[in-house]
Write a protein that binds this ligand. Structure first.
Ligand code: MRU
Length: 349
């Protein structure tokens, strides 16, 4: 019998509210939260209760639908102005993942295609549901293409969590591992813990264990030694924004893994949906990099582990230059260099 991934859906639309899996509580608690207001949605994104580029976009889209449904205006222009304010507000939640802006743009287009308040309310819910349902299909397709790059028994390293809980389902970088379980193909995963927020240990290790994938947790500083001594064959990561030349922003530490892949002569793959491409940027130099609060580094589990008043630099993402990327796995196919030339053949927006 075919095994199907058992990971809970991390986002669900319930008309009067959005239900999310609280990713801040994992792996100790599998807790679901109800988001009833626009402010709840904004807070859940800023505080990483929901995180991962596609999941942020989906939640924000549902947030716009939620905000629109709560409006009592009968006059379309004032209704539309308030929905646009909600879109602008959600766009200020996190700067790096372009999926947020992509999803909000789709919501804005749905709004501008409507002429009455009731029509707009229905259209906005439909558009958010479409974004959500398309993402599940997209991730499954990324998983199929990704799996085709690994031989049975491959040992693959990853960082952060680009998994089912960071998307509608399956994930991007983790999708091949979920599909490998369905297809009874053994792959071994090494998950970097991903300092400082620990998406690797708290989320990826949990998600892959739940799915029955063979996963081993390491700290980020063990990556080079692990690749050398454990025979890692490939590295696969997700993405938050990919520029027109293939430069890729992803969780801090990704760039370092790409440098290691080059040193060891192993492939370095980026897995991402077409909604993660930002073709308005000609290179990664222009990708805004979120800097988060110092406590993420100075404290562990609420306990101070650094001197009071120490200067802290806490970028949440880095940019991997395109020349270090072997291929970009998308739902439309696997894109190889020359990226400047080839990205446009697959991605159009
Ligand atoms: O800060 P986060 O946890 O939102 O960062 C997430 C990542 O960097 C992921 O790799 C990326 O968003 C892809 S998720 C499919």
């Amino acid at each position: 019998m075919q095994k199907v991934t058992t990971i809970p859906y991390s986002i669900q639309w319930n008309e009067s509210h959005i239900t999310i899996l609280n990713q801040q509580e994992l792996p100790l608690k599998t807790e679901f939260l109800e988001l009833h207001t626009l402010e709840d949605v904004f807070d859940s994104i800023v505080t990483l209760k929901v995180r991962g580029a596609p999941a942020i976009g989906i939640t924000a889209a549902f947030g716009v639908a939620l905000a629109a449904n709560a409006l009592e205006d009968e006059f379309f222009p004032s209704f539309a102005a308030k929905v646009k304010e909600a879109i602008t507000y959600l766009a200020s939640s996190r700067p790096t993942a372009v999926n947020l802006f992509w999803a909000l743009n789709r919501m804005e287009s749905a709004l501008s295609g409507s002429t009455t308040v009731n029509e707009a309310k229905t259209d906005l819910v439909h558009e958010a549901l479409k974004i959500y349902l398309e993402d599940e299909e997209t991730c499954r397709q990324i998983g199929e293409y990704g799996l085709s790059l690994f031989k049975p028994g491959s040992r693959v390293m990853t960082i952060c969590n680009a998994g089912g809980i960071a998307t509608a389902r399956y994930g991007t970088a983790l999708a091949p591992f979920h599909l490998s379980i369905e297809k009874n193909i053994h792959l071994k995963v090494f998950a970097c813990e991903t300092r400082p927020v620990l998406q690797g240990s708290r989320l990826t290790a949990w998600e892959l264990m739940e799915a029955g994938v063979d996963v081993t947790l390491i700290t980020d500083s063990m990556a080079a030694h692990t690749i050398r001594t454990k025979g890692v064959n490939a590295i696969i990561v997700g993405a938050d924004r990919i520029a027109a030349n293939g430069d890729t922003a992803n969780k801090i530490g990704t760039f370092g893994l790409a440098v290691l892949a080059k040193h060891f002569g192993i492939p370095f793959y980026v897995a991402a949906p077409s909604s993660t491409f930002d073709l308005t940027l000609d290179s990664g130099d222009h990708i805004p990099i979120e800097e988060r609060n110092a406590e993420e580094i100075t404290h562990v589990g609420g306990i101070r582990v650094a001197p009071e008043d120490v200067a802290v630099f806490n970028p949440a993402f880095d940019v991997t230059p395109n020349e270090l990327i072997t291929a970009i796995i998308t739902e439309k196919g696997i894109i190889y260099p020359d990226y400047k030339e080839n990205i446009g053949k697959y991605i159009a927006h």
